[in-house]
Structure formats: structure tokens, C-alpha cells
Design a protein around this ligand. Sequence first.
Ligand code: SF4
Length: 193
Amino acid sequence: MYRVRLFATRHSRAFEWIYKRVEQVMVALDPLFARIGYNRVEHPIVLIEKGVKTLLFDCKMCGQCVLSSTGMSCPMNCPKQLRNGPCGGVRKGGYCEVKPEMKCVWTLGWDGASHMKDGAAKIREVLPPVDRSLQGSSSWLRVSREMAVLNREKRDAARMALADAFPEARLQEPSSAPLADEPPKATTTGRGT
Ligand code: SF4
């Protein structure tokens, strides 16, 4: 759907916004996915992701989506599958060297990135090579799972920092002792214990 692909890069700002919302929903669903089992939800999510992204971006389900870094233009549509900018063969008017009827995905990507909030900076970042072992898997699920793990680690670190601060705070200022339930670490160390 070449025309839809062009539409997506022209409206990359809106798609950037939608993508962020989808990501938030997927991260929020992490406890549910974990309960059901990520391996079980993979297949239905792949079907949804493939359907939506094939229609909008001519997605090839590489499993490591970089649309937010490429102005919403899928680099897997480049006949040479270049992930870090165009080759030296871009034709006059920004057309592809291999498929002259098609705009180079990188000229589209550059236009798309210029409309996006973070696009101009992100398109300059060097992307890693494609990991073919991820082909066909859900990028949405993998990224949201990684983000959920990261969020959990941050929350745990904040809790530990709080637990570490309780005994010290009690020594300095006993009246500052918290009224809420304290983490076990806070009640086993510090003043008189
Ligand atoms: S970068 Fe990969 S996952 Fe993203 S649209 Fe292209 S083929 Fe699909």
C-alpha cells in the first residue's frame, strides 16, 4: 500500500503520538500478559501488529521496529534494507535507484522525521544491524515488556532508597518517623533496634 505509506510519513507527527499511546497501553497490560504468559499472547499480538502495520507502513515484521527513528518510513522497504540512511544511488527527485517508481524510503523518512517531535534527533542516531532471529516476532510486545521490566527496576530502586533513608532520618529527627508501614529493612536497623 504505497499510497498509505506516503500518507503515514506525511502525518508522522500524529503517528508518533498514537505510537506512544499504544506503547503506554501495552506497558500497562504487562501484569496481565505476564499472568497469561508472554508466549501465549505473542501469536494474537503478532496478528494484530502485522495487520495494522502492513496496512499503514508496508511492514515486513522484522521484529525490531525503528519507525520512531526513521520518520515513520519503514527501512525494510528499501530494496537494500539499509537502516542508517540512503545509499549513494538516490535518483533526482528522491527516487529509489533499484525501484525508480518508488520514493527512496530515506527521503520519505527525512521528511517524516522533520514533522515529528523527537524525529530530527532520532533519525541521526546510528541503528544496530537487523537481527534476523527476531523476524516475524512482535516488536510491540518485546519493547513494552522491556519497558515494563525497566519501570519495575526503577520502582524497586526507589523503594530501596527510601528504606535506606528511614533509619538515618529517624536518627536525625525521631519525629520524622513515618506513620505508614515501613519496609522490613527500615524496622530492623536504626534507633534502638
Ligand atoms: S521497521 Fe520492522 S517492524 Fe517496523 S514497520 Fe518496518 S519491518 Fe515492520
